[in-house]
Design a protein around this ligand. Structure first.
Ligand code: ADP
Ligand code: MG
Length: 252
């Protein structure tokens, strides 16, 4: 067994001038090739965990460690983490006027690999992935997320996943606000990523089972009040959707 891809140990994270504690004593281990699902009611700290993993400077780690591929990255910048192969898909992607989707993705791909990206090859691959996602080719030349519908923004996230092929992808409610067909496409996109990157790992935050239908899930974690209170297999997702979080809230 190889060493874990991601290890989060006893993580405590605070925010703001009052040092409000958002995560406390959180532990999580993800191995290469595994897909983990993170669930929890609104405000449990799921997005905070994602931001802390990616090195968002608004959040301060006051205890514990984040170890990626054996390297302690607890206090590394977001850039360093991205170059190491971590990828965060944002819950509400920003609109960036003046930067096209294609140039954004190409710059990101260059930053991740540290090598210049071959423009024509990149364009061809991107066109193929966009077709698979049923995205209109014109979106490549449109400014990032400006005037994109909710569904198109989410598809542009999945496109990022396909084009950047990170070692660890963290998807935060990629499925929220998507219609049935778009969820299916997103799910297929993620499955494609799994297939093409057998050592790639996914951490998926979701409330729905639909996006998971086509995916193999290795572990599910329940988060309450800033830490993980229970973990199980894929069946835990269905259990939560039937019974809710009440039984787990007592464990926090
Ligand atoms: P989830 O994604 O599980 O719904 P979040 O991680 O977004 O939850 O938020 C967890 C808690 O932390 C919430 O009470 C939220 O208001 C608070 N929080 C998150 N980010 C900040 C911030 N930048 N400043 C102050 N409070 C925050
Ligand atoms: Mg959230």
């Amino acid at each position: 067994m190889s060493s874990p891809l991601l290890e989060v140990k006893d993580l405590q994270v605070v925010v703001g001038e009052e040092n409000k504690v958002l995560l406390d004593g959180l532990n999580l281990t993800v191995n290469a090739g595994e897909t983990h699902v993170l669930m929890g009611h609104n405000g449990a700290g799921k997005s905070t965990l994602m931001s802390a993993l990616m090195g968002d400077p608004r959040y301060t780690v006051t205890r514990g460690q984040i170890i990626f591929r054996g390297q302690d990255i607890t206090h590394e910048t977001a850039d360093v983490r991205a170059r190491a192969g971590m990828f965060l898909s944002f819950q509400t992607p920003e609109e960036i006027p003046g930067i096209t989707l294609e140039s954004f993705l190409r710059t990101a791909a260059g930053a991740v690999t540290g090598k210049p990206v071959k423009v024509m090859k990149f364009r061809r691959e991107m066109a193929a992935q966009m077709e698979a996602l049923n995205m209109d080719p014109s979106y490549a030349d449109r400014y990032l997320n400006v005037g994109f519908s909710g569904g198109e923004k989410k598809k542009s996230e999945i496109l990022q996943l396909m084009m950047l092929k990170p070692d660890l992808a963290i998807l935060d409610e990629t499925d929220s606000g998507l219609d049935v067909d778009a969820v299916r496409l997103a799910s297929e996109g993620i499955r494609e990523y799994q297939k093409e990157n057998p050592d790639g790992a996914l951490l998926i935050i979701t409330h729905s089972t639909r996006i998971l239908d086509a995916l193999h899930v290795d572990a599910t974690h329940i988060m309450v009040n800033g830490h993980i209170v229970a973990s199980g297999d894929a069946s835990l997702v269905d259990k939560i959707n039937r019974e809710g979080y009440e039984e787990y809230e007592k464990l926090a």
